[in-house]
Design a binder for this molecule. Sequence first.
Ligand SMILES: [Zn+2]
Length: 78
Amino acid sequence: MAPEPEQIPSRTCGCRDCLIDLPPERYGQQPPHDACTGPWRVRYHNETGKHRAKNLPTLRDAQQFLATVQPKAVSRAS
Ligand SMILES: [Zn+2]
């Protein structure tokens, strides 16, 4: 099973989730968004088996990147 990109909170995003993780009283006012604009993090293993993570601006970018680095399922080591 391929790991899904996960969206991470952004200080420049004002969606509900980001406001919870990054409260305005601590991180400053953020313009409200209905949909989160935070970057997407993909986790993968590189050619040498090292665990890597990379942030991409959109889900599409993240999925496309994942397709280039992950020809086969990544083992789920804990
Ligand atoms: Zn957000």
